[in-house]
Design a protein around this ligand. Sequence first.
Ligand code: ATP
Ligand code: MG
Length: 296
Amino acid sequence: SAPEGDRLRIAVQKSGRLSAPSLELLTAVGLGFAPAGDRLFCAGENAPVDLLRVRDDDIPGLVADGGCDLGIVGADVLGEFAAGAGVRPPSLLRELGFGRCRLAIALPQGLNWSGPASLAGLRIATSHPRHLAAWLRANAVAAEIVTLSGAVEIAPRLGRADAVCDLVSSGATLAANALREVATVATSQAVLVGRAGGLDAARAAIAGPLLQRLDAVLGVRGSRLVLCQAAREALPALLPLLPEVSTHTVTAIEGDPERISLQALCRRAPDWPALEALRGAGARDLLVLPVERMLA
Ligand code: ATP
Ligand code: MG
């Protein structure tokens, strides 16, 4: 087997919102790992690629100092790290399209909002002090930042802060804590990061093909292959009804010169109204298929 130095090490979140989708993505690019259970380190089963399963906060540092070659982490966590003094942060290699959320300012019911100036003099709890500081500076507001490592949303109820600056996706957590979202500080999604200086030749040789596969997967994320049959003359009416067509192929149906088979790759799924409109325009035997990978 290859010596230790010729293996690629990828840092992923051990348990949390990004864990499952990170592993799914690595599986989609062909990597297999034994069930890790509680283990920190997880050896690849079919490639010289190992996982290090850690807290997400540790991922940018691990990649920055060379403990890991690649990492999957929220852009928000990467941004906090990069805004810190000292180390050269990892480079952002790809946006991964999951873990989407926003870093938002939220206020308890009693507080009025008429713009960022409403925060002047208040205590704002956050796990993202550098993002918040930059946003306050950009808005010329002086407020006190209360840095917490978690449970930010309950800080106002505990009397530790007047407002919060926290990650939000659906807004359910804010609502459950009687907080209302008033401003967006940043948006975030999971990103793939790599060592700022790049990889050595041996590791670059492992990472290169993986990145190509990743692009083959990311490029068709959310895409659907739509198949149907129709009268040849219906074709001009059908195409505009399909959402974001990137390529389409029209094939003759043997023995019936008036009918065609249409195959269209759409960047997103046609919804029910779109399918019904297609049917209304003469499409029959409509099939909508998920697309897993595409090698052009
Ligand atoms: P760890 O134990 O690894 O430190 P954590 O509690 O810091 O875990 P999670 O809550 O699992 O982290 O969130 C990880 C990432 O998921 C966030 O940094 C963010 O990029 C993303 N995310 C997406 N939606 C949300 C949300 N609604 N709340 C918090 N994070 C979200
Ligand atoms: Mg964390």
